[in-house]
Write a protein that binds this ligand. Structure first.
Ligand code: SF4
Length: 364
């Protein structure tokens, strides 16, 4: 009898429930693209090699997790090891990427020695091309000609900012003019160009970052990486932070600033291939030796914030929404996590917005 009563009550409640169903699809704004052909990257870290600089935020050895010099044998071993994991029968696109330090800052002979290791794999068509990352002031015609011979196809520049004051305060040792000149040169030699941009550098603001991304996009990079500044132990930024000369961004602020940059890229059809540093044992929320907006799912937070903006935009178009007692947000399955947000952050924010009077449901 009791059970029946409860059932009836529920039915009654359902009958009087006024539901607003809002369809939200933020595929374009989130930059979700169809999966391209299978591509593998064999990463070779050359920590701090080739770089005589000491950017305030840098602690390359910590980021790459490797401290020793990388020998020619190490490179070969790593390539063979990675290739053994792949199904080469499917003829995937495989690239070797020299990350970490500034490749073109190495002695020419050393650069050649590294590139020579990859050469036979390229001749045998097992590896398609090479990617390198370097500083904007370590690029000239001669270097580019050499890289071309060895099938380097992609060059990634650590741009970080296009504001000379910010670059100076970060002790980058190069100017925005270096970025302009090297980017033009790289494009002229028909390489694919990547830019890395940072949020939260000393002296930067949401305005300098907005201007930086516009100036970077003007140089037509093929892709972008966006990183928040983390304060790493033993870096100069750590001591600046201790002395109160640098204030790190809060996670919320960093996410908002990254979002602005991300949106500018999407608007201008520049592919963003990375948002936030890759989580490792050392680069993680649990490591007390890193300060700043550290998050193990930084990119998801940025995309969730974009999704929330889209949901709010949609709901704000509905007149008298407060008359409903439930809002059902219908989203494509792949956007479900972004709609809900990290730890249901978006749902909680929406509840707060509608003063808990309206229940919120996200439905795939
Ligand atoms: S240029 Fe790159 S490797 Fe050199 S100190 Fe700066 S961040 Fe580190």
């Amino acid at each position: 009898m009791e059970k029946q009563k409860k059932k009836q009550n529920k039915k009654q409640q359902k009958k009087h429930l006024k539901v607003y169903k809002a369809k939200v699809n933020a595929k374009k704004e989130l930059g979700i693209k169809k999966k391209k052909e299978k591509k593998y990257t064999i990463p070779i870290f050359i920590p701090h090699r080739g770089c005589n600089n000491n950017c305030v935020f840098c602690n390359q050895r910590r980021i790459s997790g490797e401290t020793k010099n990388v020998s020619i044998e190490d490179v070969k071993k790593k390539i063979d090891e990675y290739l053994s994991y792949y199904d080469l029968g499917a003829k995937p696109l495989v690239e070797v990427a020299f990350f970490g330090g500034s490749f073109t800052g190495l002695d020419i002979k050393e650069q050649q020695a590294y590139l020579e290791v990859v050469k036979p794999y390229i001749i045998n068509k097992v590896i398609s091309h090479i990617r390198i990352s370097t500083r904007p002031d370590y690029i000239d015609d001669e270097i580019l000609k050499l890289l071309k011979i060895y099938n380097v196809k992609v060059i990634e520049l650590g741009v970080q900012s296009m504001d000379n004051t910010v670059l100076e305060r970060s002790k980058r040792g190069h100017t925005k003019e270096d970025v302009v000149n090297s980017s033009i040169l790289i494009k002229k030699h028909s390489f694919k160009l990547g830019h890395q941009i940072m949020v939260g550098l000393p002296g930067s603001s949401i305005e300098t970052e907005r201007e930086s991304i516009r100036e970077s996009i003007f140089l037509k990079p093929d892709y972008m990486r966006i990183y928040p500044v983390y304060v790493l132990k033993n870096s100069e930024l750590w001591s600046m932070h201790e002395k109160g000369e640098y204030k790190e961004l809060s996670l919320d602020e960093a996410v908002i600033r990254t979002k602005r940059i991300y949106q500018e890229c999407i608007k201008n059809k520049v592919e963003v291939i990375r948002v936030g540093l890759q989580t490792t044992e050392e680069i993680s929320e649990n490591n007390k030796e890193i300060k700043g907006p550290v998050s193990d799912n930084y990119k998801e937070r940025v995309l969730s914030s974009i999704m929330l903006d889209n949901i709010i935009k949609k709901l704000s178009k509905k007149k008298n929404i407060e008359k409903f007692n439930q809002i059902q947000i219908l989203v494509p399955k792949q956007q479900m996590n972004y709609a809900v947000g990290n730890n249901r952050e978006n749902i909680n924010k929406l509840k707060e917005k509608y003063k808990e009077k309206i229940s919120i449901k996200v439905i795939p």
